[in-house]
Design a protein around this ligand. Structure first.
Ligand code: AGP
Length: 607
């Protein structure tokens, strides 16, 4: 999604803005720009393309120590220099950067044009700068407040005026905005990643709030101009965690650090003496947890597939009805909120609009919604009724990997907790904990075998279609494997229940369509083998992810990747890692931009 940065302080703004935008590259974008106040004027530099293109375009030196910057992920208007942000008022006195969608921009634009304002872009965002201009009477903060009251939709916004040197005004509704507090300098950003190099002291701006800042201080207030007291949070992770540390791509680094990230997700959350889980942030007493009669999970993309595994675990271990549903579907289905039901909103970024708005809809219907999120201080965990941080550390690659396995870990722990409150014995609980605690080591073993996936990527990377097939708890993993491949290699891939293939998809099978089968040694192994044979009988190519020593599967498949043996409920961990790596190597074969695949954003903060 769009990236925003603002700076006011003693240092040259341009370098800080460009460096901050570079750290936001991972969010996905198609153009970038900055505005700096220098010699009493606002100078705007913006370009289609990457930050490198913008840097090449910038003058050698740009004077001025107040500025704003933006990386644009186009929602309205084509990708070109003109539509890039920042946008300025007609006389160049005001500049803005905006993340979000102005849903009523057409009537506003018509009214402004009637009043003589000329528009030069196709964007919805340009409406905002002219609106502020039309309401400006010498007080930028006041003009911004009056302007945003007229907006319908979402905004994370930073505005500057040439007549108010050293002042930035930020406003937020639906798109993230965070204030960074430095030594005699202040920052605004859509994501702490942009400013962590300068400060770890941050203030999260909430919906309906406005922040006015100068180098020496800031004021937060609401749209009625009432002061709002805010707490200062301190970011817990280090800058180097968002560096590649010698890896070619963030995605590779994040796949390979899953043993550590899973350990972090478990840390301090297992009560060995009672063989149960301990999730402190749920804001639910054990008595309340005992009353839980059903669990519903909402999410998008990879997080949705983690939720599907979570639902399977809750039903299997805790014998509680559980289901996962796409947040974007639930929100507009006028959902029926039932008593004694706990909802989970699963989101790595904590900013996904589909999931955030579905959570809000559920909460307004009286639901208790807990978050399972990675980014501390992001909107979903701040607005949820409690929840679990998965502590994966910053996930920079657009394709989610380590967050997925840490989301699984949160569900394993929650399912263990509820199971031990119901029928699961302490012995069974201890057994499950042993299986869980073995996972990081088993994933290390899978990672040790990663090189054997490279020839498979070389062999199959020209395929135009893939099927990914799994059953039971591994069916969501097949969906995730398909998503990984399609989003970074751009090859069409579909995930399916292996059983379902004979109800239609088998018509797709031919010599050029590889089918990737997940074949753990669980109760459904024989069924999956039958499905494999159905594909082979139709000259389909079969790649199997199987368990060490499974010679039968190896004899049927064209190619096989073995994972270590484990408890049947643990295979989602072991089956997903080879699929992540296969997608990664295939994308490399195709020369794709692995960390920032085309058209994608790391956090989709628009519907
Ligand atoms: C996953 O690889 C994709 N980047 C995407 O599907 C992502 O999972 C989805 O947009 C949800 O993001 P979230 O977890 O931050 O809510």
């Amino acid at each position: 999604m769009c990236g925003i940065i603002g700076y006011c302080g003693p240092r040259p703004a341009a370098d800080i803005l460009v460096e901050g935008l570079k750290r936001l590259e991972y969010r996905g974008y198609d153009s970038a720009g900055i505005c700096v106040r220098s010699e009493d004027d606002l100078s705007i530099y913006k370009k289609k393309g990457k930050i490198a293109d913008l840097k090449a375009y910038l003058p050698e030196t740009i004077a001025g120590s107040t500025g704003i910057g933006h990386t644009r992920w186009a929602t309205h208007g084509e990708v070109n220099d003109v539509n890039a942000h920042p946008h300025s008022s007609g006389d160049g006195s005001i500049a803005i950067v905006h993340n979000g969608i102005v849903e009523n921009f057409t009537p506003l634009r018509e009214k402004l044009e009637e009043d003589g304002y000329e528009f030069v872009t196709e964007t919805d965002s340009e409406v905002i700068v002219h609106l502020v201009d039309s309401l400006y009477e010498g007080d930028l903060e006041r003009a911004v407040k009056r302007a945003v009251l007229l907006l319908k939709g979402t905004y994370g916004l930073v505005v500057m005026h040439k007549n108010e040197p050293g002042v930035l005004v930020g406003a937020r509704n639906g798109s993230p905005l965070v204030l960074g507090i430095g030594e005699s300098e202040m920052f605004l950003a859509s994501d702490v990643t942009a400013i962590i190099a300068h400060t770890k002291q941050v203030v999260y701006i909430e919906d309906g709030e406005v922040v006015c800042l100068t180098a020496d201080g800031y004021r937060t207030s609401d749209l009625k101009d009432r002061p709002v007291d805010k707490t200062i949070d301190v970011i817990s992770w280090e800058l180097e965690e968002i560096e590649k540390e010698g890896f070619t791509h963030y995605m590779e680094k994040e796949i390979l650090e899953q043993p550590e990230s899973i350990l972090r997700a478990m840390q301090g959350r297992i009560e060995s003496e009672y063989a149960t889980g301990h999730l402190g942030g749920l804001n639910m007493t054990r008595q309340e947890l005992l009353q839980v009669e059903r669990v519903k999970i909402i999410a998008a993309g990879t997080s949705f597939y983690a939720g599907m595994v979570g639902a399977y675990l809750l039903e299997s271990l805790a014998r509680i009805p559980a289901s996962a549903e796409l947040a974007s579907e639930l929100r507009y289905r006028n959902p029926i909120v039932e008593r004694n039901t706990v909802y989970f909103a699963v989101s790595q970024s904590g900013e996904t609009a589909d999931t955030l708005y579905a959570m809000r809809e559920l909460q307004r219907k009286g639901a208790r919604v807990l978050g399972i999120c990675n980014v501390v201080g992001s909107t979903i965990p701040r607005e949820s009724d409690g929840g679990v941080y998965i502590h994966s550390g910053p996930e920079i690659a657009v394709a989610s990997t380590k967050a997925f396995t840490s989301q699984l870990t949160a569900f394993y722990l929650f399912a263990l907790m509820l199971a031990r409150m119901r029928d699961m014995s302490i012995e069974k609980g201890a057994e499950l904990i042993r299986y869980l605690e073995a996972i990081p080591h088993l994933i290390d073993e899978v990672i040790d075998r990663k090189e054997s996936l490279i020839p498979l990527a070389r062999k199959y990377h020209r395929a135009e279609d893939f099927l990914f097939l799994g059953r039971g708890i591994n069916y969501p993993v097949a969906l995730e494997g398909a998503l990984k491949l399609k989003e970074i290699s751009y090859i069409h891939a579909e995930g399916y229940s292996a059983a379902e293939i004979k109800h239609g998809p088998i018509a797709l099978i031919n010599e050029e369509t590889p089918s990737v089968f997940l074949v753990p040694d669980d109760a459904l192994r024989e069924k999956v083998i039958s499905n494999m044979k159905e594909v082979k009988a139709r000259s389909g190519q079969v790649i199997a992810i199987a368990v060490d020593g499974d010679d039968e599967v190896a004899s049927i498949a064209d190619d096989v990747f073995f994972v270590p043996r484990a408890h049947e409920l643990m295979y989602p961990y072991l089956m997903v890692v080879p699929l992540q790596l296969f997608a990664y190597y295939t994308a490399l074969e195709l020369g794709r931009n692995v960390d920032q695949p085309r058209n994608l954003a790391k956090s989709v903060t628009v519907e």
